[in-house]
Ligand binder design. Structure first.
Ligand SMILES: C[S@@+](CC[C@H](N)C(=O)[O-])C[C@H]1O[C@@H](n2cnc3c(N)ncnc32)[C@H](O)[C@@H]1O
Length: 349
């Protein structure tokens, strides 16, 4: 049977029959919150819902996560209550109630992620929302976590060696972490999780060789963390652009060993700037034609841009791109009225 892991699926995670019951060790995920940030037009896109409708949509996905989770496995769900019409939305409590009472997940602990650089809010009478929650759920009481993997240097070292204060591998970091929101959100994904946050929960909730699932994987940050630490992974996202970004990030991290790809890589990594390279990756193409990476992925999805696909890698030939740009320019000039200048390429994300 074909191995289902180390893949990113472009589909809703409301139904994932391709994953067998008890096949996943850890779920780490960050669904859209109630910000009404539409990631797609699909009725399955959680970004299109608030309140009870939102909770019902999330329940379908969490139900699937519970089905595929192994006994002893862990599920970390990142959520932030939104301030809607000047008040904190009750959805935070509704989600927790749904997970525990309706799905029967065990609420192990709530972790707090403090973001010193959270965005200011338009609401006049509230402070900025600087805390995100990460709920730790388990399927069975004998869940397994790996505290030693996330210990921090201890201030008691050499001062007080009593066992409850001092541990030779470092101290228990506590159920909070202070980490700024991702600085690379604009280029990669508007709600990208910082790599360090994803890595903390991958390390705490799994061991090498385990399988990590992210049903709302976006740009694949949790999958990358899994890959980095020797876990297997499986991700889902409704948005084709983000699936491509995730695949590209994963491929860049761990390139398949095969001669053809290797020779392509040699061409891409040859000395020279983006302007002089014959074969470019997405980032280099973005610099070369001055268009956002996300716009390039969008054009690739619609088959609008000349590209060579090598497994998960996308490579763009400079000559083919030059020709394509010229043909675009000719087409634009042809439809412009006399005296009107041609519109510029859209560089917005
Ligand atoms: C908050 S973002 C995740 C960001 C991700 N953690 C990262 O670091 O890039 C949520 C993602 O869920 C996706 N999404 C929304 N509804 C979905 C569904 N029903 N199934 C799968 N993905 C969905 C959106 O397209 C979006 O990319």
């Amino acid at each position: 049977m074909e191995d289902i892991f180390d893949q990113v699926f472009w589909k809703s995670a409301a139904e994932i029959p391709e994953l067998k019951p008890f096949s996943v060790d850890l779920v780490v995920t960050s669904p859209p919150y109630e910000t009404m940030r539409h990631y797609s037009d699909s009725v399955e896109d959680l970004g299109n819902y608030q309140g009870r409708e939102y909770v019902a949509k999330l329940k379908a996905v969490l139900g699937e996560c519970k089905r595929v989770l192994k006994p002893g496995g862990n599920l970390f769900l990142n959520f932030q209550a939104q301030i809607i019409d000047g008040l904190t939305s009750p959805t935070e409590y509704l989600v927790l109630k749904m997970a525990v009472e309706e799905l029967g997940l065990l609420h192990v602990q709530t972790h707090f992620w403090l973001k010193p650089n959270a965005n200011p809010l338009p609401a006049r009478n509230t402070l900025k929302n600087s805390v995100e929650l990460i709920w730790h759920f388990a399927k069975t009481k004998d869940f397994i976590v790996y505290k030693d993997a996330i210990r921090e240097p201890s201030e008691w070292a050499g001062k007080d060696n009593r066992a409850y204060k001092y541990h030779e591998l470092g101290k228990d970091p506590g159920n909070f972490l202070i980490h700024p929101k991702s600085q690379d959100q604009k280029e990669i994904h508007p709600a990208k999780m910082p790599d360090a946050v994803a890595e903390r929960f991958v390390l705490y909730g799994s061991k090498p060789g385990d399988v990590v699932l992210d049903p709302f994987c976006g740009s694949g940050t949790t999958l990358l963390a899994a890959q980095k630490y020797g876990r297997r992974f499986v991700g889902y996202d409704l948005n084709a652009e983000y699936v491509n970004v995730a695949k590209e990030r994963l491929a860049a991290n761990f390139r398949p060993v095969n001669a053809v790809v290797a020779s392509f890589d040699a061409a891409v990594s040859s000395p020279g700037t983006a302007e002089t390279k014959l074969w470019m990756n997405v980032q280099e193409l973005s610099v070369y034609i001055g268009v956002a990476v996300s716009t390039i992925y969008g054009k690739n999805c619609h088959g609008e841009i000349p590209v060579v696909k090598m497994g998960r890698l996308l490579r763009f030939n400079r000559n083919a791109i030059d020709e394509w740009l010229l043909s675009q320019a000719r087409a634009t000039t042809a439809i412009s009225k006399p005296g009107e200048s041609a519109p510029e390429l859209n560089t917005a994300n």
